[in-house]
Design a protein around this ligand. Structure first.
Ligand code: CA
Length: 236
């Protein structure tokens, strides 16, 4: 990757393009822009960006089609930008091959965090990067010890059940990134797992009781409404 990662901002609203460009440029990224789906496709091919920030609502093409056609030839990270209540769009975009999403309106911190995470995962170090050489993931007071299969808060083992541990450790391997309910269910219970999120919700409620100070206001594992769960980024 170049010293300054190159981000393609595919967005048709001038105001948002201006905001994103200013933030990214000030934070060490090079920015190129495209205002339509057609332009996005040609910029992807001709400018080889390190990541594309893709507005799902471009005027001339369906965002899902852009994701699918892009995935036919490149694995570059795609972070989609969606409207506030577009849960179904978010899931569809992730299923089509997007790496993550960000919901309008969004702040600077969130934008930068999503981009950082997607670029890091793209470097092929999704698991090794989140974990130290000793197989330990830390995020503030939270530690996942992959050797002992323990989850610790403030250094104390919180004694998760096997399934609870599997959920937390899976999220930890993809720290900072949203994992869909379906992805989590299939990863843990196999490809034929039913899409019943209720099971997952019950497990998550138990996990939160064990690891969060206030389960209603989690600081480690966040619910992405209608989509899935995301664990905080690791410390390193
Ligand atoms: Ca738009």
């Amino acid at each position: 990757m170049a010293l300054r990662p190159k981000i393609l901002v595919a967005e048709d609203e001038e105001r948002i393009v201006g905001f994103i460009s200013a933030v990214l440029t000030a934070n060490g990224y090079d920015v190129i822009t495209a205002g339509s789906g057609k332009e996005t496709r040609s910029m992807l091919a001709s400018h080889c960006p390190d990541l594309v920030l893709l507005d799902l609502g471009l005027p001339d093409m369906d965002g899902m089609d852009i994701i699918r056609s892009t995935r036919e030839w490149t694995q570059l990270p795609i972070v989609v930008v969606t409207a506030r209540d577009g849960e179904r769009d978010k899931v569809a975009a992730l299923d089509a091959g997007a790496d993550d999403y960000i919901t309008k309106p969004f702040g600077t911190h969130e934008l930068l965090a999503r981009i950082r995470t997607a670029l890091r995962h793209a470097r092929g170090s999704a698991s090794s990067d989140a974990l130290s050489a000793s197989g330990i993931f830390t995020a503030g007071r939270l530690t996942i010890d992959y050797n002992k299969r323990w989850v610790l808060v403030d250094g104390e083992n919180v004694h998760l059940t096997q399934n609870e541990y599997k959920i937390v450790s899976l999220l930890g391997l993809h720290a900072g990134k949203v994992l869909t309910y379906d992805y989590i269910l299939k990863s843990i219970w196999g490809p034929s797992a039913s899409g019943d999120n209720q099971v997952l919700r019950v497990h998550m409620a138990n996990i939160r009781r064990k690891i969060e100070r206030s389960p209603a206001e989690p600081e480690f594992i966040f619910t992405e409404v209608g989509v899935g769960y995301r664990i905080v980024e690791g410390d390193n």
